[in-house]
Design a protein around this ligand. Structure first.
Ligand code: ADP
Ligand code: MG
Length: 356
């Protein structure tokens, strides 16, 4: 149901969620336990809350898995799989990696293909030219010459993954992989699989606000309710999304950006041009069953822009989205019509439902 009215109950739930305390600590059944943890991993603050018969054990396993994936996938960690792969670019060596890394790299290739190259994990050399790989002080506008020399290195056709041998190889010297656009989603999928083994029937995995996965319902009943922020202000919300058994991923230009000579530059880059994607999108939230796919699509749809996003959605069946355009139109695909409550009219936005 689309409603522009903020019910007191949804406001309270949303406010509680924003404060990181949405789950009731009261067990929903006598044999259910609850456990929660806030931790720092993958360069962001994450919070996990879950209930099930072995909640504590499940939480420990989940945290260990997050830390393990962080060590494998962090390209600023010299011994990580990704760093070793990047270090061997162009030397012909097939680099042995963990099966999870191989699986994720293979998924990157699929996402690159299905997005027509809008999502490309070999974007790293260009990310670095903008300084987006490092601290805010290093952000800068690279010269066109620098970008032109780096763009040939952005090419997933030069990434080879062998899922039998668990090896990967980058064809050209100077190529580098950056998994920032998909790693948190992949981590969420891994955690979902582990939690299922522990019989966890209710959980909210918040892997840094932009990637959230929901298992079952909240303790006490009802779907998890996730507020989607107004891209123009972290204090305001576009609306609230009811989520159960699904994941969402948001890409927004507000996450990392800088201003130079009056122009704002952000961290979601168009692999064709090497420049921040300027397609009239302020943010896009993708909802799907697989968090990694939602994560890759959120980045890709941002790069592709509203029209191509809509075209791709019409021919796909594994994701829905909410896209906020810079002219104030919020486009919601019909699969989310009943689960999204729009509040954005308070802030000058209008809402449109996209139909297949
Ligand atoms: P967030 O980092 O806020 O979760 P995204 O999921 O959109 O947002 O990921 C942005 C990150 O993805 C960037 O920081 C960078 O690491 C990487 N990235 C940027 N542009 C692309 C692209 N076109 N394809 C793949 N990855 C990208
Ligand atoms: Mg993403």
């Amino acid at each position: 149901m689309m409603s522009n009215r903020l019910s007191p109950l949804s406001f309270l739930l949303c406010a509680a969620l924003l404060c990181g305390c949405a789950a009731s600590s009261a067990p929903s059944a006598p044999e259910e336990n609850t456990a929660s943890r806030t931790l720092f991993a993958m360069d962001t603050v994450m919070s996990l809350q879950l209930s099930g018969p072995e909640a504590e054990e499940a939480l420990e396993v989940a945290v260990a898995e997050l830390n393990r994936l962080d060590r494998l996938l962090d390209r600023n960690e010299p011994e990580s799989d990704v760093s070793r792969l990047n270090a061997h670019a162009g030397d012909g060596a097939a680099v042995e990696v963990d099966p999870s890394t191989a699986e994720l790299l293979a998924l990157c290739l699929t996402c690159c293909e299905s997005s027509g190259g809008a999502f490309d994990c070999t974007i790293a050399p260009v990310m670095d030219a903008w300084g987006f790989g490092g601290a805010a002080e290093s952000y800068r506008v690279p010269s066109q010459d620098v970008l032109s020399s780096l763009l040939p290195l952005v090419d997933s056709a030069g990434l080879e993954v062998d899922l039998q041998e668990n090896t990967a190889r980058l064809a050209q010297a100077g190529m580098e992989v950056d998994l920032g656009g998909i790693a948190k989603g992949y981590a969420a999928d891994r955690l979902l699989a582990l939690l299922a083994e522990y019989g966890v029937g209710s959980a909210l995995l918040d892997l840094g606000t932009s990637t959230i996965a929901a298992v079952g319902e909240r303790a006490g009943g009802g779907p998890w309710r996730i507020a989607l922020r107004d891209p123009a202000s972290a204090e305001q919300q576009l609306g609230v999304l009811a989520l159960s058994g699904q994941a969402l991923s948001t890409s927004g230009s507000y996450e990392r950006q800088f201003v130079e000579n009056g122009v704002t530059y952000h961290h979601i880059l168009d692999p064709q041009t090497g420049y921040p994607a300027e397609t009239g999108v302020l943010s896009v939230t993708v909802v799907g069953e697989r968090a990694a796919v939602a994560d890759a699509w959120s980045t890709a749809l941002f790069v592709l822009g509203p029209d191509k996003a809509q075209e791709l959605w019409r021919t796909s069946d594994d994701f829905e989205y909410i896209l906020c355009r810079s002219d104030g139109l919020v486009q919601v695909t019909e699969g989310l019509e009943d689960s999204f409550t729009f509040w954005g009219d308070e802030y000058g936005y209008t809402c449109e439902i996209l139909r297949r």
